[in-house]
Structure formats: C-alpha cells, structure tokens
Design a protein. Structure first.
Lengths: 461, 409
C-alpha cells in the first residue's frame, strides 16, 4: 500500500487533471489527484460549450491540433463505456456573405491539407435541409459530420471515478500553498499536511501560473478569457439538431448556437480578456450581444424562454497555444494554456503528458490486469429516464424531485452514495441536473436544499 | 386501479374546485394528481390573508382556503395522489404518470382537466447579470416553501425584485423567517400592486425604490449584495438574498408535451369558453391558462370548467365545435378564452384579459370582423390591470361567429 509517498501528484481536478489521473491509473504507480475546491470540474471545465471539437478549428500543425484530434478519437472510443453520452450531430460553419465564403474556402483547403478531409463545403440546399429554421441568407458552410455534443460535467467526473476505482487517491478541498523539493522528492504543502511525490503534474488550469510559481517556474503568465453563455428552454430544442458555428476570426471563434445533450439550446461564448481568473460575472453587454446573435442566427429562439445564463473562463496564456512543458530535471510537468479545448483534448493531452512524464527516470510499466470499469448515469435527455430503465423500477426511481429536468430521488441518492459525492448544490446539479432547469428551483429548490443539508450533515456526523 | 370518470392534474385552487364541481355535476369518481408531496398548490405556502375571495367571499390565508376546498373532497369517490407526476396526456385521453404509489403507468379517463398553474420567472430568464452564488438567489415560491418547511435560510437581509402583489406577500413570509427586507425594486414609476400594499410596506419600514432596476448580483458562494441603478445613479445594497418576484408564466410544459395548441400571447393552452382545449376530452383551468389571476378567480374557473366537463361526460357530445376567435389587439396582453364555441354546455369562463400599456381615459373596443361592435370607457388603465368586459357581452357578439379583437383605442 501507499507509504505516504506518491510517484505522481496531479494538481487540479479539472477535465485535464482528471484525464491524466485516469491515464496514470493504467500504470504501476502511486498517484494522487489534488483539488483545491470541494468538487472536481469546478474551474474552467464547468463553463464551456460542450461541443467536442475534431481539431479542425484549431491551428493546424500545433500541438493543440494534434492532441484535440487524438482526444476526439479517444472520446468516441472510450466515453460510451464510461456511460457518457455522445450525440454526433455534426456542425455547420456558416458563411453569410462573400468575404466569409472566401475565408471558408481557404479554411477548408487548409483543413484538407492538414489531414482533416472529412469536412465538406455545402450550399444553401444542404444547409436548410439540415437546419430549416436557420435564418435566411446562408451562402455556404463547412459540414463536419464528426463534431459532437457531450456532457461537460459528467466527463471529468467519469474520468475521476475511473481513476479512483483504479487506485488513484482523490483529495478535495486541498489547495496547494507551497512546494519544495528535497532529495528528489517534492513536498506539496496543503492545509491537511504535506504531500510527498516524485513527480508533479500541474493541471492548475486558470491558476496554473500560480502553481508553477510554487515550484519556482515562471515560463508563462495567465491571460484568462471570459465567455458568457445563454441556455434556452427545452422547448427550443426542436428548432435545431446541428451545431451552428460562425466563420472564425484569428482572435475569436465566435458565437455558436448548439443543442445540448440535456435537451436545451446553448448560445455562446463571448470572448473577453479579464485580469482576474475569478471574475465569473455575466454582464448586460455580454448577454445582450448573445441574445442579438441568437436571434440573428435562429430567429425563432425569440419565442422561447431563457433557462440559464452562465460564464466560463478559459485558461489562456500569453501565447495562443498549449503550454505543456516537461521539466525532466525537476520532475515537474506544466500543463497549461489549454484555452478552450480542454474537454475535446483531455484524453489526447493525458496520453501525451504521461508519455512525457514516463521519460523522467524510473520506468513506468502498464498494469498487467485490465482496469476495473465504471459507469456514470447518462443525463442525456434522449436516454431512458430512471423509471423507464427496468420493468420494475425501485421506489426512489419513481419519485421525481426536479420536474423540469426529471431528476428522481434515486438519482440524487446515488449521487450522494458515489465514491466522489457532491458537497455543494452546484456539484449536485452537475451530477443530477436537479434545479438546473427552467424553474431554477422554484418548485424543488427547497426540497433539494433539504436533501443536500441532510446528506452533508450525515457525512460529517 | 379502475379508471376514474375524470382525472384532474394539479391540486391548487383551480384543480380542487374543478374536482368539486365534477362531482356536483355527476362524475362518479375523480382522481386528482399532484407532483408535490401534499395537495393544495402554491397557496398552502402563503399564510397571510387574501386567498379565495371570488370563490368563497372570505378573506383567508392560503392554507385555510385550500383546506376548505379539500374538505369538500373528503369522499371515497375522490382520490388524491400526491408525489405523482403526469408526464404526458396521450390521445384518448390517457394520462401517463410516474410516482412511487402507482409506478410508471397510464390511466384513461373520459375527461382530463389540466390545472398545472403558473410560476415566477427566475433570475436567469430576466437576464440579470452578475455572479451566480449558490445561496440566496431565488423566487418567492422557493422562499415560501423554505419557510413553510422550516429550512433555515441563514439570511438577515433580502432585496425584493418587483412590486406585483406577490412582492408584498414576501414581506409577510420574510417577517416570519426573521429576514428584513432591505428594499423593494421596481422598474416603473409606481408599484404594480395596489396602493394599500405600499402603505403596508412603509408601515413595516421597507424602502420601495421606484424607477430602479437590478444591475448586478454580487457574491461568490453566497449573495453579498446587489448593484441597482436608480434615478440618482448606481447604488450597492448589501444583502444575503435576492428574491425575484412576479413575472408569472403558465407552467404549460405538460400541455405542450401533450400536443395541445398553445397561445403565444398567454403561453398557455388555447381554450374555449368552457375550458375545452384543442385535444378532445382535455380541459384546462386556472393560471395554466395565463399568468396570473387570483386564487379565487382560478377556483371559479375550475368550478365552471368542472361543470362543463361533467356535462361532457354525460353527453359524450362533439368536441369544441367551431365558433368565433378572440384575439388581443393594441393595448391588450392577451384574451382568455381564445375561442367562443357555438354550443351550450354550461356557464362561461370569466373573461380574463389584461392591459399591456398605461392609458388615461381609455376606450375599450370589441371589434368583430374589423367592425367596432362595442365600446366601453374607463378613466384610466394601468399596465397589467384586468379590463372589465363581461362574458355575456362577448357571448352576444360571438354567437355570430367571426374574428373578434379586443383593443384599447
């Protein structure tokens, strides 16, 4: 068993940190995943568009492009066995005028040259057959059949549960406040004591520069970028069954309109450079711009209610590229600058980072036995509801608590019984969708709060 | 379970009153479904007086009012299934339900009454920017449930957004929970509720900030305050809770999911003067039809629709024959009912329609096939107020068919 010393400490349980921890769980080594907050996936990973990119919209030839393409392929191969839904609805990158058409044509030529040959240029007939409610005036589009929508909250959870099931230790609420290296061993200071590890993998996301500075490294500085989103009511889902993307500019990929796996329609993001990575505010201007874009692209959205607004902050740095820096002498890998492609790239990044870290010294051998499997419950609106899954559902699977999202008491109870249970309302929302829906807790907010308070009291008692 | 004569979905004032009059009209068995864990709908969380007036001619608290309705349903012929969710109404009609008591199943009945009520629009739908703290941003409905269920809020000061009647209901709830109201915010130049509400607020020492809108919510885990924009500039009001009140919307998901025709003006199902929807056998009543009228008004709608539904049960007649259409013109937000059928199966729904603009010396007109057929004068008409047009006035005109528009000239 663990002698109090780890071979790897992964700092930061965002989607990338969780994927790396899962990757390491396939090897004969002791790994700990350390998270400063009470829940995983609570930073950059929680506020994205949930579109799984193929890599065709990343800079060709870059590390990001390679790892996103690899991450996309692995997601399709591995996510289903984790219980994660994938809706491969495809995307249309739409040109609305001749300038955009020219850009679209050159984008497509570049993509083909870079090996992304599956996208094809299509005309209005194809576009409007695919998405009849799109605003008139589309000139042409790139149709990419491989882009998919996924569950951004269950994805890091599934990776972490898989890692924990396969002997990785997960420690939440443990901010790393200092780091020093003594006789080849890193000592990471946390409020609950020092964690000793051979190698550190910094997946600090928005705070990766701060974590690096604890180790004495300062190769980059953070340039967080805020993106606001609007989520439309499920009544709007029938308007759209494809991801609609604009022709990007060099600095901004633009506002996309997409269905979500939960059955809503999502519009966003904005792109605002901010100084403070903790500045998670939506703004009048941002929401107004999104609403304007939404109605311009899909005019009928105007007749539908808004269910939620949120923002995410993307972990950019002073360069528009991934900053994955192996430091063999220091046994430290910085995994930073993952920008907006963490969800898509995570499994590719994990493979790449573990390959880098395994070259640091001692040989890293794959475990001889097969990994133990885990599954997360699907929260996809198209999948059977708990009461539909068997002929004789359990009582708790028949009791709906959150009516907007159809969350049952059974789902809430099994979230609390999980090896990584929710410790806050937002964590419970991400696992079960309770109170995430159109009424935002008007009906069930009080009861969900009560269930949460009881579960938390039971855990500390 | 043997199939009942009628299924009522929702056990608020409209649903309970519908069940009572279904029984009075001769339905031998009624099944009432409610997804919540006890019957009574939203009034049961509002202890202050003001409920049921139009129906009972008493001014009672919400729980007393619904208890009075429930008392009339204490018979073996009526079953109330709580914690039971209606997922869809299928043709037949047949109601698909889920709940611990009956499992996941379908129950057929010749008559189904939808009375699923209304809810307030949440902060998100109002596009109020700022942070999204986990605690302290909610609607009146949730606050009232928390207080009624004795869930501690841990809050000392709250800001109330909106000044409809329900905003002043929050004053009573907050008092009970030991929460002081730092301010009531209203976009407009005067409160939406009636003047006595304002006097009450002043008596309680609550500030009402007019021409003031909420600009931003502050606080990471918990609410720490709100930034408001008032005529004199921006102002930060410290508080630990923001209660978004009013802006009710019909809870019409079941109606939509069941394929009922929806009126964009109300966001509720289209009904005729007897509460018949576009789907045979399916009636609708109460604040599902539009948001919102009072609990007493909703109960009266429920009662009349219940009688019509009972008549339908006995006659098994044709479903909603053609008739006149009623629409809202300039200055009017909506008109319920939207259809005036040309048959005779009971007493009419009261006409529910509201002003969408402020008017001085307003003239209300009923226009049939583009000809003005009726005029009514009023001193002034405030946005959101009900327009006084009687069902009999409409009936006299609508029996001739055609397209009827109600507007303010």
């Amino acid at each position: 068993m663990n002698s109090g010393q780890y071979d790897f400490a992964v700092i930061g349980a965002g989607v990338v940190g969780c994927a790396i921890a899962r990757e390491l769980s396939r090897y004969d080594c002791q790994t700990i995943l350390i998270e400063s907050r009470s829940d995983l996936g609570d930073g950059a990973s929680k506020g994205n568009s949930a579109v799984l990119s193929t890599g065709a919209d990343t800079p060709f030839g870059s590390l990001e492009c390679r790892l996103v393409a690899r991450g996309h392929a692995r997601y399709f191969a591995e996510a289903p066995s984790l219980g994660l839904p994938i809706l491969a609805i495809g995307s249309l990158t739409v040109a609305w005028n001749s300038d955009q058409l020219a850009m679209l044509t050159s984008m497509h030529a570049d993509a083909v040259a870079a090996g992304f040959g599956d996208g094809e240029i299509v005309g209005p007939d194809f576009i409007y057959a695919k998405t009849p409610r799109l605003a008139r005036g589309a000139v042409a589009a790139i149709w990419d059949p491989h882009e998919a929508i996924v569950d951004p909250f269950s994805t890091p959870l599934a990776y972490a549960l898989d890692a924990v099931e396969n002997d990785v230790e997960f420690r939440h609420s443990s901010p790393v406040t200092g780091a020093f290296r003594n006789s080849g061993i890193w000592h990471l200071e946390t409020p609950a004591g020092n964690i000793r590890t051979g190698t550190v993998i910094n997946c600090g996301g928005l705070w990766a520069d701060k974590v690096d500075s604890l180790g004495g490294f300062s190769d980059f500085s953070s340039r967080p970028r805020r993106g606001q989103f609007i989520v439309y009511d499920k009544s709007a889902r029938s308007l759209l069954d494809v991801v609609i993307k604009p022709v990007p500019t060099p600095s901004y990929r633009g506002v996309l309109v997409t269905p979500t796996v939960f059955g809503n329609v999502l519009v966003g993001p904005t792109a605002e450079d901010i100084d403070d990575p903790d500045d998670w505010r939506t703004t009048h201007e941002g929401l107004a711009a999104l609403r304007e874009a939404a109605l311009r692209i899909l005019p009928e959205l105007g007749a539908h209610e808004v269910t939620a607004t949120y923002c995410g902050v993307r972990p950019g740095t002073d360069r528009a590229e991934y900053r994955i820096i192996p430091r063999p002498d220091a046994s430290w890998v910085s995994v930073a600058g993952i920008r907006s492609t963490g969800l898509s790239g995570a499994l590719g990044i994990a493979e790449h980072v573990v390959a880098l870290a395994s070259g640091f010294g001692s040989h890293l051998a794959r475990k001889s036995r097969e990994p133990r499997p885990i599954r997360v419950p699907s929260l996809c609106s198209l999948d059977p509801r708990p009461w539909e899954r068997t002929a004789t559902p359990a009582r708790a699977d028949l009791e709906i608590v959150c009516h907007c999202e159809g969350t049952t008491l059974g789902q809430i109870e099994s979230a609390f019984a999980s090896p990584i249970p929710p410790r806050s309302l937002k964590a419970l929302k991400r696992r079960t969708r309770a109170t995430f829906g159109r009424c935002q807790g008007f009906y069930c907010g009080a009861r969900v709060r009560m269930l949460l308070d009881e579960a938390l009291a039971g855990r500390t008692a | 379970m043997t199939n009942p004569d009628a299924i009522v979905i929702g056990s608020g004032p409209a649903g309970l009153a519908a069940a009572i009059s279904l029984r009075q009209g001769g339905a031998s068995s009624v099944l009432i479904l409610d997804r919540d864990d006890s019957a009574g709908g939203l009034p049961r969380f509002c202890a202050h007086p003001g409920f049921g007036w139009e129906y009972t001619r008493r001014l009672e608290g919400g729980p007393r009012f619904v208890a009075r309705l429930l008392a009339q349903l204490e018979t073996d012929a009526v079953r109330i299934a709580t914690s039971t969710t209606a997922i869809a109404v299928h043709p037949g009609p047949e109601v698909e339900i889920v709940g611990p008591r009956f499992g996941h199943t379908r129950i057929a009945a010749p008559v189904v009454v939808l009375a699923t009520g209304a809810r307030e629009r949440p902060r998100s739908a109002r596009l109020v920017p700022g942070r999204r703290p986990e605690f302290g941003v909610l609607n009146t409905g949730q606050l009232q449930q928390m207080v009624a269920r004795r869930i501690p809020t841990g809050v000392k000061r709250a800001v109330v957004v909106g000044s409809e009647h329900v905003a002043f209901s929050v004053l009573a709830t907050a008092r009970k929970a030991g929460i002081s109201i730092a301010a009531i915010l209203e976009d407009g130049a005067r409160i939406r509720s009636y003047p006595p509400a304002e006097w009450l607020a002043r008596l309680l020492g609550t500030r009402i900030l007019l021409k003031t809108r909420i600009e931003e919510i502050l606080g990471r885990e918990r609410v720490e305050g709100v930034v408001v924009r008032c005529p004199t500039g921006a102002l930060t009001v410290p508080c630990e809770m923001v209660v978004f009140t009013g802006e009710f919307v019909p809870d019409s998901v079941l109606a939509r999911d069941s394929g009922l025709m929806i009126d964009p003006a109300t966001a509720g199902p289209i009904v005729d003067q007897y509460g018949r929807t576009s789907v045979p056998g399916v009636f609708a009543a109460g604040n599902l039809l539009r948001a919102i009228e009072s609990s007493g008004w909703s109960a009266i709608e429920g009662a009349r629709i219940g009688l019509a539904a009972a008549r339908h049960l006995r006659s098994a007649g044709r479903w909603r024959p053609s008739g006149a259409t009623l629409t809202n013109g300039r200055g009017v937000s909506y008109v319920v009912p939207q259809i005036w059928a040309d048959d005779e199966i009971g007493s009419f729904l009261p006409i529910s329609l509201r002003a969408s603009l402020d008017h001085n010396r307003a003239q209300i007109r009923i226009v049939r096939n583009d000809e003005v057929e009726w005029r009514g004068r009023m001193q002034s008409m405030r946005i959101g107020r009900r327009l006084p047009i009687s069902s009999d006035t409409i009936d006299a005109l609508a029996r001739r068919g055609g397209e009827i528009r109600i507007d303010i000239a």
